[in-house]
Design a protein around this ligand. Structure first.
Ligand SMILES: Cc1cc2nc3c(=O)[nH]c(=O)nc-3n(C[C@H](O)[C@H](O)[C@H](O)COP(=O)(O)OP(=O)(O)OC[C@H]3O[C@@H](n4cnc5c(N)ncnc54)[C@H](O)[C@@H]3O)c2cc1C
Length: 424
């Protein structure tokens, strides 16, 4: 049975209530996309723009997964950049330069072209959680400037932090003016609307149950079947599809967000006058931003057991108040969580199970930008331009030869280790 959007600030303010029909019967298309988050919707839209016929299957509702629940932070680059560079050397560095803001560009051009209202604002900051983290942030900015790619970056010295955030908890940071934040569910619904307008047949409540590869691949649902030349597993699909190169590759871990009631203009201006999206420099990090109606959306991880906490608000609020004591008396209107897919190398997994079955997943909490990059890379590969796809395909990922349960326990232990390291 399909699930509705989780009860979040985003679901409460979604501006498109389109319901797409369930797949009934057999159909054919050039491409069958499995998954209706950013990875799937963006792939479908890109391929429809290039003239392909596309059927997209979503088990629940469009944007039901991480894409409709996330922090809305549109962050440059991909996770695992350091590992990618050490595996691919100069080619990796050139790839990163080429794709760093590609997702932003795709999102921005779609917002304009298809009139998508999703509250995009520019300005994103990485804030130093420890004084020593500033060395690393300075080095990162210096490297980007040396590469000729530092235009939008600005260092904030510790002494200047009170101009930027109404908290004394951080020790400087850097701002990326090209990155920013947005309402992810409205973006996802808007891109779905755009895809449908170009002929993509979107099916909700249509979980793909089996995948048959080979020369004539097809996907079945409980009530239908899609025969396609190419299949894209877009985002983290369920167990049935985690096979071959996907076995033991990604491990889901929880991330959670609370939303306060709206702040007054004066309160918002004293807390975050430039309305930046902020992430701290810890590995197990806090992230926050103001929504368009001036709520504080504050997210992070609140346990290391890989079990959802019973009371999200009680679990996250102390950390919010530690950073912003001014918000002590604010009511929490919404609290929700979702799954982040962790890959041990932290490099997104973009590849193929078979010549005509592609996958993209494992963005490690860094997916707003990266899903749009990955979907373009896969669309390019389907159209015959393989350069970027081949580089990702060459990445040596670490696969854990254990089931997901044991893998998750190991991951929980790993996260605990990093949390302790962050605290030292
Ligand atoms: C709480 C939270 C906060 C986050 N914050 C940020 C952030 O601020 N910035 C950032 O860049 N990233 C963030 N992320 C990560 C980002 O949201 C994800 O990387 C991104 O949305 C992944 O998109 P996706 O399309 O690959 O997967 P999803 O959005 O999860 O979509 C996958 C879809 O596939 C469907 N599906 C699964 N199995 C099947 C099947 N068998 N048949 C049909 N459909 C199926 C699911 O129902 C789901 O809708 C956050 C994630 C979470 C959970």
């Amino acid at each position: 049975m399909a699930e509705q959007h989780v009860n979040s600030y985003y679901a409460a303010t979604v501006n498109d209530s389109t319901r797409y029909p369930r797949l009934e019967g057999q159909t054919t298309a050039d491409i069958c996309v499995v998954g209706g988050g950013f990875s799937g919707i963006s792939s479908a839209l890109t391929l429809a723009e290039r003239g392909y016929s596309v059927v997209l299957l979503e088990a629940n509702r469009i944007g039901w997964g991480a894409s409709g629940r996330n922090g809305g932070q549109m962050i440059a680059g991909i996770s695992g950049e350091h590992n990618l560079k050490s595996q691919l050397g100069d080619e990796g560095a050139a790839l990163l330069r080429a794709i760093r803001y590609r997702g932003h560009d795709i999102i921005q051009s779609r917002i304009e072209k298809f009139t998508i209202h999703c509250d995009l604002r520019h300005g994103w900051m990485e804030a130093a959680a420890k004084p020593r983290h500033m060395d690393h942030l300075r080095q990162y900015v210096d490297e980007r400037i040396a590469e000729g790619d530092g235009d939008g970056l600005e260092i904030v010295e510790p002494a200047g932090m009170d101009q930027v955030l109404g908290t004394s908890l951080y020790h400087g940071g850097y701002i990326d003016r090209r990155s920013g934040h947005l309402h992810p569910l409205n973006l996802c619904m808007g891109e779905a609307r755009a895809a449908a307008s170009l002929g993509v047949r979107i099916c909700e409540d249509s979980a793909a149950i089996t995948l048959h590869g080979g020369a004539k691949p097809y996907v079945t649902t409980s009530r239908g079947r899609v025969d396609a030349k190419t299949i894209i597993l877009a985002g983290s699909t369920d167990h049935a599809f985690q096979r071959g190169r996907l076995n033991g590759l990604t491990f889901p871990t929880g991330s959670y967000i609370i939303s306060t009631e709206p702040l007054s203009e004066a309160e918002a201006a004293s807390i975050n006058p430039r309305s930046l999206a902020v992430a701290d420099s810890n590995i197990v990090l806090d992230y926050f931003r103001l929504s368009a109606d001036r709520r504080m959306l504050f997210g992070g991880r609140c346990n290391y057991s890989n079990r959802d906490p019973k009371d999200l608000s009680a679990a996250l609020r102390p950390r919010l108040v530690e950073i912003f004591p001014q918000l002590q008396s604010k009511k929490i209107d919404y609290a929700w969580g979702g799954r982040i897919d962790i890959v041990l190398t932290r490099i997104p997994a973009i590849g193929r199970l078979e010549p005509n079955v592609y996958y993209m997943q494992g963005y490690c909490g860094h997916g707003v930008n990266t899903t749009h990059i990955a979907s373009e890379i896969v669309a390019d590969a389907i159209c015959g331009t393989m350069e970027k796809f081949d580089l990702f395909d060459r990445i040596k990922h670490i696969r854990m030869p254990v089931g997901r349960w044991a893998g998750n326990q190991m991951l929980a232990l790993g996260m605990l280790y990093y949390r302790l390291k962050d605290l030292l």
